[in-house]
Structure formats: structure tokens, C-alpha cells
Design a protein around this ligand. Structure first.
Ligand code: HEM
Length: 201
């Protein structure tokens, strides 16, 4: 029952996630292209009905995931470990990522577009934390999906997916690190959150 619900909910959340991760690839083309696609996607995922469902679905998914880990006990085998560890990383990532986005939007009135995410991977020392943080999130999503597919018998696809995740992570985060200079309001974000005093160029 818990597993069925986790899978069903994953299909719903997967629609957002696929759109989100494909949208991030557009950064390599240009920030403008990425933002244009994002604005079209926001019409759907920021819709007054869809967004609360998406956020509630995320919380439900994290709880179901934790329940599955508890129910199964100690993982047995490589794929079981990969499934649990990637799932746990996704939980830790989302517990930071989603509140950061929502707080910036609601309390600072920021447009949380790619400049918002790029600000933290464009400059030392922040990028030492945030570049691996974002890359691992993408790799974890692909690994988590790979483990699910492995247990359903899609062995070759499952083996390929973590590597595809790694390539995707580089294809997203490296362009994010290089698209600067970061526009002024997003420097303010660094100042407010991390005590940065010198605006970057
Ligand atoms: C390199 C990796 C990632 C980057 C740079 C990134 C960046 C962003 C940005 C800029 C937003 C704000 C979107 C907007 O204002 O319309 C956002 C929202 C969000 N992201 Fe990510 N994201 C990444 C990976 C992920 C992953 C792996 C997940 C899920 C596992 C995720 C889940 C979400 C969710 C749930 C939202 C909130 C959507 C909303 O209600 O507005 N993100 N992300």
C-alpha cells in the first residue's frame, strides 16, 4: 500500500521534476532561453491549484519514503543501498531547496529564476557547498529512479541512468557557474543569507 502510493505519487511529481530538469538544461543555451521556458512552465506549476498539490505531494512522498526505509530495515545489496541513500539525499536536499525558494519569493519578493540559483554557484566560497549540493541532487534523482527500475527488471536502463544523471548534472551546473555577472538583486540575496559584504562583478 505504502509502496503503491509512493509509486503513484512519483508519477505525478515526476511530471514537474522532468519539466524542471529539462528546463535547467536551457541555461546552457542562455539565461534568457531558460527564463522564457520557465515562465511558460510556471503557468502550470505555479497555478493556484497545482502548486499546493505539488508541495503537498512532495511532503507526502518524503514521509512515504521514510516509512518505506523503516519498513524494509537494513538495505541488502548495492541497489537497495543506492535506493535508500539517494532517497535520503533527496529528502535532505528538498528540505533546504524548497523552503529557500519559497522564502525568497514570499519574504524577499524575489523572482526565483536562474540568477537566484546561479548566485550561489558563481563565487567562492559558496560554490564549494552549492555546486556539489545541486549536482548530487540531480544524480540522486536519476539513481533513485534507476534503483526502482532495477527492481522491476529493467537492468540495463538502470545501470545507465546514474551515469546519465552525472552528465546531466554537469550540463546544468557548469553553465550555471559561468553565466555571470550576477545581477544586483541576487547579490543582495547572498548578503542577506551569508553575510557577504562585497557585491560581485
Ligand atoms: C541543479 C539543480 C537544481 C536547480 C538549479 C534548481 C533550481 C530551482 C529554481 C531556480 C526554482 C524556482 C523556480 C521558479 O521560481 O519558478 C526551483 C524550484 C523548485 N525545485 Fe529546483 N532546482 C534543482 C533541482 C531540483 C530537484 C532535483 C528537485 C526535486 C527533487 C527540485 C525541486 C524543486 C521544487 C519542488 C521547486 C518549487 C516549485 C514551486 O512551487 O515554485 N529542484 N528550483
Amino acid at each position: 500500500m505504502i509502496l503503491k502510493l509512493h509509486r503513484l505519487n512519483a508519477c505525478f511529481l515526476g511530471l514537474f521534476l522532468a519539466a524542471h530538469l529539462i528546463n535547467l538544461l536551457f541555461v546552457a543555451l542562455s539565461p534568457t532561453a531558460h527564463i522564457a521556458v520557465m515562465q511558460a512552465l510556471r503557468l502550470v506549476y505555479r497555478n493556484g491549484i497545482i502548486e499546493p498539490l505539488l508541495l503537498a505531494g512532495l511532503i507526502l512522498q518524503l514521509c512515504l519514503g521514510l516509512a518505506l526505509i523503516y519498513k524494509r530495515g537494513k538495505p541488502k545489496g548495492r541497489w537497495a543501498w543506492a535506493q535508500v541513500l539517494s532517497g535520503l539525499y533527496i529528502i535532505i536536499f528538498l528540505a533546504q531547496h524548497v523552503p529557500a525558494v519559497l522564502m525568497a519569493r514570499w519574504t524577499l519578493n524575489f523572482d526565483t529564476n536562474i540568477w537566484f540559483a546561479s548566485a550561489v554557484v558563481s563565487e567562492m566560497p559558496y560554490l564549494l557547498y552549492f555546486a556539489p549540493y545541486y549536482m548530487l541532487a540531480i544524480i540522486a534523482v536519476f539513481t533513485h529512479l534507476a534503483a526502482a527500475l532495477h527492481f522491476r527488471g529493467y537492468l540495463r536502463l538502470a545501470r545507465a541512468l546514474p551515469a546519465i544523471g552525472g552528465i546531466w548534472a554537469f550540463a546544468v551546473v557548469i553553465p550555471m557557474m559561468r553565466i555571470g555577472p550576477i545581477p544586483a538583486p541576487y547579490n543582495t540575496y547572498l548578503e542577506i543569507n551569508f553575510g557577504k559584504t562585497q557585491p560581485n562583478g
